[in-house]
Design a protein. Sequence first.
Length: 186
Amino acid sequence: LLTQAITTPVYGKLADVFGRKPLMLFGIGVFVLGSVLCAVAWSMGALIAFRALQGLGAGAIQPAGMTIMGDIYSVAERAVAQGYIASVWATSAVVGPALGGLFSDHLSWRWIFWINLPLGLLAAAVLWVRFDERPAPHQRRPIDGWGAVLVAGAAALLLLGLLAGGIRWPWWSSESALVLGGAAVL
């Protein structure tokens, strides 16, 4: 979640520069690669690193998916489409953990990650075949590298402060002030 949260705004800009379809395919590829590596992880450290890689892929999927939805649906149709997407998120929030528990109990915890391989390949194939992206106007738009670094740093500090505050250190402490203040400054 940390790498996804940090990279989502950066990928949003990259989708504008390079196109939604290439960015979505990249995100699916990185997410599936991270899933396969998680499934074969040999240690907890490797699993954590590969989950971070999954988050890098998910960070591209989230903004590209929302932008693609905006591209293919009219303003009048978007509310209905967003309702469908919200119902998919709600269903997955219930079914996902239950299915993960079944995999862990009856197969192996590794199947929680293997299931992403066919789903990701199917999603990439449907996107490749069915989504015709309108070509973007050919203008060179610079990527704000320093801005991306600042956004990533601010998001990382904010998440660290919100997750660790009140647990690792008191909310009203110098650690909280430093981490949350650093996020505000960035």
